[in-house]
Design a protein around this ligand. Structure first.
Ligand code: KG4
Ligand code: ZN
Length: 364
């Protein structure tokens, strides 16, 4: 079972090939950062147009790298939502057209399920049940993963997603787009003792999040300073610490509530080192194990879509329909469970590749 995975939900064009026997065979990503940087955020129309330009060359590239012909692809998996409708439509149309031309089935994959399964792709020891913290540009969710494909939403942000808050605060601090990595870099120069920002919604019970008040707090604090580089670095540090603490407090609460002893974090924000470190501490305190993807699989990528597609294909969920269906919103809990045939064990992503290498390279 060899799956071609296509990701075009936002501003990254990701393509990968995952083999149920050998693991990840090839993956490539084209980031549109340079296109959107001048606008300080993603311009949906430009994103769609660029996915059109980049997708077919990237597909050719991964096929070449994996030394495969189109005939050897068993199914095409693509991100069908949630995301920007125009961008999703590009991936969905190309995926369904290729599947039709190659006479293979196609599979509509949920973007957040891709993120959620990414730690499993790299860790053969990780199997459900576990707790998942999903933190991206559009989502902040705590999910109980009861079994493969069986998800219970425990809590989510009632306003801004955590990645969105990082991007907006970065914008206030005069950092470019995308804001998250730039803010993390600036926070390294910040003094952690100067400001203390609130940990929103941690004083009341429940597992929901809210980050928009924290954003206002940043704005008011910034207005009271001279706006020097050191002021901005101190604010970035205080904001990042507040977010990391808030996420850790809620994860700890969710572990206690569910009695689970494994937790994963995934999505773009899980690339943040302070957040990873705070979650690690929390997991240790709760006698739980933390799994996070390697940095290249935290942010959007085609490998997670190919992997999710492979699991769903093994469960017999391919479709030969020609309908191109995409969804801007799509609750994770409505997905069908993934029931794998007895004895199916997938290899880890690094079965074929050295994941430490920035440019994926075949192991000899
Ligand atoms: O998962 P992702 O690549 O795309 C979505 O599905 O949204 O997440 C992108 C988000 C952006 O808001 C970006 O600023 C944030 O993840 N991000 C980070 C870091 N790297 C990416 N936030 C904080 N620290 C980082 N190192
Ligand atoms: Zn994402």
């Amino acid at each position: 079972m060899i799956i071609l995975g296509i990701e075009t939900s936002c501003d990254e064009t990701g393509v990968a090939i995952y083999d149920a026997r050998q693991g990840l065979l090839a993956h490539h990503l084209y980031s549109q950062v340079a296109i959107h940087a001048d606008f300080g955020g993603i311009v949906p129309e430009l994103a769609s147009r660029d996915h059109i330009r980049k997708l077919l060359p990237l597909i050719r590239q991964v096929l070449n790298e994996a030394t495969l012909s189109a005939r050897q692809i068993s199914a095409v998996a693509y991100t069908a939502g949630p995301g920007l409708i125009g961008a999703l439509l590009v991936g969905a149309s190309i995926a369904r057209s290729l599947a039709w031309a190659w006479q293979t089935p196609a599979m509509a994959i949920h973007h957040m399920e891709g993120h959620l399964l990414a730690p499993m792709m790299e860790n053969p020891d990780l199997t459900p049940p576990f707790l998942a913290l999903l933190v991206s540009g559009g989502h902040t969710q705590l999910v109980e993963v009861q079994a493969l494909g069986q998800y219970r939403l425990l809590g989510e942000s009632i306003d801004d997603a955590v990645g969105e808050a990082f991007d907006k605060v970065a914008n206030m601090l005069g950092l470019g787009y995308p804001g998250g990595p730039a803010l993390e870099k600036l926070a390294k120069k910040g003094n952690s003792q100067r400001f203390h920002f609130p940990r929103p919604m941690t004083n009341r019970p429940g597992l929901d999040f809210s980050f928009s008040g924290l954003k206002t707090y940043v704005m008011n604090t910034l207005a009271k300073t001279n706006g020097s580089e050191q002021d901005k670095a101190d604010i970035a540090r205080a904001f990042q610490d507040a977010v990391a603490d808030t996420l850790a407090i809620k994860c700890r609460r969710a572990l206690q509530l569910t009695g689970l002893n494994r937790i994963i974090a995934a999505g773009g924000v899980s690339a943040n080192q302070t957040i990873r470190w705070r979650l690690k501490q929390t997991a240790l305190k709760e006698n739980a194990e933390l799994f996070v993807p390697s940095l290249q699989f935290c942010t959007d990528n085609g490998a997670m879509i190919a992997y999710a597609g492979c699991l769903r294909a093994l469960a017999g969920q391919q479709s030969s329909s020609l309908e191109i269906e995409v969804r801007a919103r799509w609750p994770l809990e409505t997905l069908p469970p993934i029931t794998l045939p007895c004895g199916v064990l997938l290899p880890p992503a690094n079965g074929g590749y050295c994941l430490d290498d920035a440019k994926t390279k075949k192991r000899t």
